[in-house]
Design a protein around this ligand. Structure first.
Ligand SMILES: NC(=O)c1ccc[n+]([C@@H]2O[C@H](COP(=O)([O-])OP(=O)(O)OC[C@H]3O[C@@H](n4cnc5c(N)ncnc54)[C@H](OP(=O)(O)O)[C@@H]3O)[C@@H](O)[C@H]2O)c1
Length: 251
């Protein structure tokens, strides 16, 4: 069933922007969250031009108090929030030998604290409604510690594990939980990254269509594209000595 109301963080660009537009096209009234208000206004205009409804709620997800207020406001103003998508995130690509703590902390702040704060803020609201759909956008990169991706892989693994527990704990309360694990998607994040090879990269619009359509049945995990999902799924069963050799050869 398509949702009637949703909040999407990181809606100012990339996957979040495309997903917000896609959900609105499918009939949802969508709260658009990110820091850059001008970009959010542009997304709002695109949605309005297509006959949809949107509400701009600028927020920095690392300000966890503000996140709580924005989620509560979306619930009030949209009239019973049905879905929260913790999508805001930052990338990081760099060899472990060059890591600076400030960079690691920034990735954890946005990708882990920001995402968990967004999801946590929605739980009491969904418990009161006795239904709701919590969605986190993590990554196939969270399935193993990929070369030159320590903070990023770790941040996505942390949120995937968090989502798994939420899924188990909140099932009886009627709350559904989905972990969206994309492979490469062409966005500001990938364009600005040092990743030279991005196999099987999808356009954000295609990713958003697939995510929105699969979210309607609230699966535990949405992972794509399937060859990379299979490969990374298989890699989880490899012993460290085999994984390390393959990962070093690829890097
Ligand atoms: N692109 C890929 O290949 C890929 C693959 C797997 C997973 N993902 C995940 O998909 C999600 C979206 O990434 P993307 O590729 O679409 O990148 P993107 O185009 O760079 O979008 C990132 C979004 O996050 C928002 N954001 C960043 N820091 C924020 C903060 N402190 N507070 C609020 N919003 C913040 C940005 O908005 P503002 O700058 O306006 O705040 C922007 O809307 C991320 O979680 C990413 O890890 C991406």
């Amino acid at each position: 069933m398509p949702v009637k109301t949703a909040l999407v963080t990181g809606a100012s660009s990339g996957i979040g922007r495309a997903l917000a537009i896609e959900l609105a096209t499918r009939g949802a009234h969508v709260a658009l969250c990110a820091r850059r208000e001008d970009e959010l206004r542009e997304v709002e205009r695109t949605i309005l031009d297509r006959g949809g409804r949107a509400l701009v709620l600028p927020v920095d997800v690392t300000d966890t108090g503000a996140v709580r207020e924005v989620v509560a406001k979306a619930d009030r103003d949209l009239g019973a929030l049905e879905m929260v998508v913790a999508n805001a995130g930052v990338g990081h690509f760099g060899h472990a030998g060059t890591l600076q703590w400030d960079e690691v902390a920034r990735v954890l702040d946005v990708n882990v604290r920001g995402a968990m704060a967004t999801l946590t803020a929605a739980i009491p609201i969904f418990l009161a409604h006795q239904h709701g759909h919590l969605v986190g956008v993590t990554s196939l990169a969270g399935r193993r510690g990929l070369p030159s991706s320590g903070p990023y892989s770790a941040s996505k693994a942390a949120v995937s594990t968090f989502l798994e527990t939420l899924r188990v704990d909140l099932h009886a309360a009627g709350i559904r939980v989905t972990d969206v694990q994309p492979g490469f998607v062409e966005t500001e994040m990938t364009r600005n990254s040092a990743h030279k090879r991005r196999p099987l990269e999808w356009q954000a619009d295609k990713a958003a269509r697939i995510i929105a359509s699969r979210l309607e049945s609230a699966p535990a995990v949405i992972a794509f594209p399937w060859p990379l999902a299979m490969l990374t799924g298989f890699s989880r069963f490899l012993p460290a000595w085999i994984f390390d050799r393959l990962a070093r050869a690829m890097s």
